[in-house]
Every structure is written in structure tokens, then in C-alpha cells.
Design a protein around this ligand. Structure first.
Ligand SMILES: C[S@@+](CC[C@H](N)C(=O)[O-])C[C@H]1O[C@@H](n2cnc3c(N)ncnc32)[C@H](O)[C@@H]1O
Length: 451
């Protein structure tokens, strides 16, 4: 392998958060460095169209560089840009949206508005998943992934993106597992018990959930665990145990048992209350969720006679918040738990003009087109992969006047936007919203209008 050492000028930041430079006209992606900096780097990977390099030293520092407060920043996979001023992070995020719309979407006339930055730039997350992993010495680690390593977990001391209590609980669970000799799941052979600790704390109510995700089997001596955990953390509202015996390394469970409390927490958005359960989606930055939704609603300009479809509705928050301004809302969601919670949320908030359907969006749209159903507005808020091609085709065949598209991935958004515009819609503007400071993620709200 080519192990050349070179001085490289950093010119840009790439979509995945890596720094960008050039050597003899060829693009180099680097694992550190900020635009305007000169670094000493070693080429670690050479591909036909680009090289990859690791930064050994910063020769000339940028004045955009700030000290990262987190002791794990150099190797944690969570944050990419703690060492870049927040204003500059927002600038790069806007540029990424512009680039995606132009390069992938071919949408040069769409105006990208300034990014709405997050009010809180630390401790903004209401949810974090911490993983267990076996360590070579017969021990284990509990914490977050090392940057770029799906198979390496480092012992977390403190995460700055979550409330401090989350880090304290992680430390406590680590000690408890050591003390009680519980085994730890090994991804290489799928044996062992403890897999994840997920902690959710609502911003507005401070409700606190601890979700222990394990391999199959009841939690040993659950009463003992509950007694000692709640003695250490009296603020805990509920502890749940989820069993996940599947190979997919995700922190959701197939079998859930509530060990104490009611099995859910409640969060407030605007004046409404939302239940959140362990296995259903809720936006991760509560305060900024209001900004994202408001940005979408402002662009939408809904009217009292509008019939609205809220696709990928999760626990129903968008539809429930919009319901007071429109005639009726139908939400569609794949996860049964989320649909049940969405119905409870509507009831809790005394909203009667919403109903929720459990199912796959693409099937729901197929049936709606077949039945010649008509909606004035369709809201889509898909996962990072964007709209399934069939869902996209059926969505434009449904022919709503407006499509409110909320996206957590500008690349797939730009791909879908191109198709929607080709089918006869205009996209005058998009509003990026930063829900995840210090990471490369960016959300956006946009409204397509039928020509
Ligand atoms: C980004 S979340 C948005 C949730 C909600 N709109 C909100 O703001 O809280 C995407 C949601 O889509 C759901 N989902 C994923 N694929 C789906 C599909 N094919 N059909 C229906 N829902 C799906 C997920 O379970 C998740 O709740």
C-alpha cells in the first residue's frame, strides 16, 4: 500500500464529514483538518478516482478551529465537528444541501434558505443508544462506537450530546454488569446476553427511561436490578427490558417487559403531549423538532378545508400538531408500536380529526390510487433512504396540490425531488434545520407545489 507522507491544503468538507484536499489534481479525503488548514498527512488508501489519508499533524491552523470539549472526540464515531465553530458548521451544512440539490437533483432554481441552528448545541439529544462489546482480555466495554468501526466500542466516560445523567447511568450499568457477572453479547458468534442500554430523557418533562436490550431470556433478578438502579437514580420514570435475539445489531426488541413504571415517557412539543415508547420513533432533538415542524408548516400554508395524509408518521406528532388547522389527517406508519402510541397521543391531546393506519406507505399509496382517493396535501418524512421508488411513483399519481417533504438526508431528498419536479411540481425553496450539532447530519423542510 502507498504510504506517502505529504503536506496537503484542506479546501472543503465532504458530505460524510471528512476533509477534502488535492494532491497533483487528485481528490484526497482526510480524517481530520478544516478548510484553510495545512496538514501533514499519510496516504493510507489509493483508489482510481481519489485517495484517503490520515492526518499526522496540523501545520497551519484555521481560525475556525475551536477546542472540542469532549475527551472522546478524537476517536468517537458520534461527533465529527466539535472542533469547528458552530456558525461554520451551519455554513457547511447549507452548502451540502445546495450541492445535493444541484448535483443530484439538477435543481438550480430552488432557493436554499439559511439553516435554522439549534438553540442547544450540547446535551440536546433526548435519546442515545450505548452498546456492549466483548473485549480481548475477557472483559467488556460499554459505550459508543469508535469512528469508522462497527465492531469496536470504547468505554464511555461522558457524552456531551446527552444529558449528564445518561453518562452516569451508563457507568452504573457497566459496574452492575461486572458485579453480577452478566455475560456480554459477542457480535462475532452471537452469544452472550447484554447488548445495549438505551436512555431516553424528555427535555420538557424530564421523564427518564432506561431500556436494557439483551439477547433472548428473562432478565436475571429483575427486582434486584430495579431496586438498586432506582436507588442510585431516583429520577428514573420507567425501566424496560427488550429482548433481541436477531443478528442485526440494532437496539430494538422483539419482546418487551416493563420492569418498573408505565413503559413510556412523555414529552411536550408546543402545547401538546406525546408518549414515547422504547421501540417507536420520536425526533431526537425535542426543542429543534418544534423549529423543524414550524418551518414545514410555514412553507405549507395549510387551509382549514385541507385533507392531509401524513406518511411515515411515527408516533403521530406532525399530524396531531397540524390537525387543528386542517379538516382531517390520516397518518400511515409501518411499526405497530408507533401506530398504537400515535392513537394514544391523539386521544391524550383530544384531537379527533386524525386517524392512523398501520402499513407500508407504498401499499397504502397503491390502494389510495386504485380507490381514486384525493388529498390536498401529503406529508412525507421518510427514513434516511428516502422514498421507495414505488411509493414515489404512486405519490405523484395521487396528485396532491402540495407535498410537504421533511428529510433527514439531502442526497436522497435531492434524488426524490428531481422525480417529483419532473412529474409536474415546483420546489421554490427548502429550509435546512440543524437537529444534530457537531455531526454531519442535516434535516430539511420543503414544500412541492403542483404547477
Ligand atoms: C424519520 S421517521 C419520521 C416520524 C415522524 N414523522 C416524526 O416526525 O416523528 C420515519 C418513520 O417512518 C417509518 N417507516 C419506515 N419505513 C416505512 C414504510 N415503508 N412505511 C411506513 N412507515 C415507515 C419508521 O418506522 C419511522 O417511524
Amino acid at each position: 500500500m502507498d504510504k506517502r507522507r505529504l503536506e496537503i491544503e484542506i479546501t472543503d468538507l465532504a458530505f460524510n464529514g471528512r476533509a477534502v484536499g488535492h494532491v497533483e489534481g487528485k481528490v484526497v479525503f482526510l480524517d481530520g483538518g478544516l478548510p484553510g488548514e495545512k496538514v501533514l498527512a499519510e496516504i493510507i488508501n489509493s483508489r482510481p478516482r481519489y485517495d484517503e489519508a490520515t492526518v499526522l499533524d496540523i501545520i497551519r491552523k484555521s481560525d475556525r478551529r475551536v477546542a472540542a470539549p469532549c475527551s472522546h472526540f478524537d476517536y468517537c464515531g458520534g461527533c465529527t465537528w466539535q472542533d469547528l465553530t458552530y456558525q461554520d458548521q451551519l455554513g457547511f451544512k447549507k452548502k451540502q444541501v445546495v450541492d445535493c440539490l444541484e448535483r443530484i437533483g439538477g435543481l438550480e432554481d430552488t432557493r436554499v434558505l439559511d439553516v435554522f441552528g439549534s438553540v442547544e448545541v450540547f446535551r440536546y439529544r433526548n435519546k442515545m443508544e450505548f452498546s456492549f462489546n466483548v473485549a480481548g482480555d475477557g472483559g467488556f466495554t460499554l459505550g459508543l462506537h469508535r469512528r469508522g468501526r462497527f465492531d469496536e466500542i470504547f468505554d464511555l466516560d461522558k457524552c456531551h450530546l446527552t444529558p449528564d445523567i445518561a453518562s452516569h447511568i451508563v457507568g452504573w450499568v457497566r459496574d452492575y454488569v461486572k458485579r453480577t457477572n452478566l455475560s456480554v453479547y459477542d457480535v462475532s458468534n452471537h452469544c452472550g446476553y447484554m447488548r445495549f442500554v438505551m436512555i431516553r430523557q424528555a427535555k420538557r418533562t424530564a421523564d427518564l427511561m432506561v431500556n436494557l436490550v439483551t439477547n433472548y431470556g428473562d432478565f436475571p433478578e429483575p427486582d434486584k436490578l430495579v431496586r438498586s438502579m432506582t436507588a442510585a437514580f431516583p429520577g428514573i420514570s420507567t425501566i424496560v427490558h427488550n429482548q433481541n435475539g436477531r443478528k442485526a445489531n440494532i437496539a430494538t426488541g422483539e419482546i418487551e417487559k416493563v420492569l418498573i413504571g408505565c413503559g413510556y415517557i412523555e414529552e411536550r412539543l408546543f402545547e401538546s403531549v406525546f408518549r414515547i415508547r422504547a421501540n417507536s420513533f420520536f425526533q431526537t432533538n425535542s426543542i429543534q423538532t418544534e423549529t423543524l415542524y414550524r418551518a414545514g408548516f410555514d412553507l405549507l400554508e395549510a387551509r382549514p378545508d385541507n385533507r392531509v395524509l401524513d406518511l411515515y408518521c411515527g408516533t403521530g406528532s406532525i399530524g396531531i400538531l397540524l390537525a387543528g388547522y386542517v379538516d382531517e389527517v390520516t397518518g400511515v406508519e409501518l411499526v405497530a408500536d408507533a401506530v398504537q402510541t400515535a392513537r394514544e397521543n391523539a386521544h391524550l391531546n383530544k384531537v379527533r380529526n386524525v386517524n392512523f393506519v398501520e402499513g407500508d406507505v407504498k401499499d397504502f399509496l397503491r390502494d389510495s390510487v386504485k380507490a381514486d382517493k384525493s388529498y390536498d396535501t401529503v406529508i412525507v418524512d421518510p427514513p434516511r433512504a428516502g422514498l421507495h421508488p414505488k411509493a414515489l411513483k404512486r405519490l405523484v399519481r395521487l396528485n396532491p396540490q402540495k407535498i410537504l417533504y421533511i428529510s433527514c438526508n439531502p442526497s436522497t431528498f435531492a434524488r426524490d425531488a428531481k422525480e417529483i419536479v419532473t412529474a409536474g411540481y415546483v420546489l421554490p425553496q427548502v429550509r435546512p434545520v440543524d437537529m444534530f450539532p457537531h455531526t454531519m447530519h442535516i434535516e430539511l423542510a420543503s414544500v412541492f407545489k403542483r404547477k
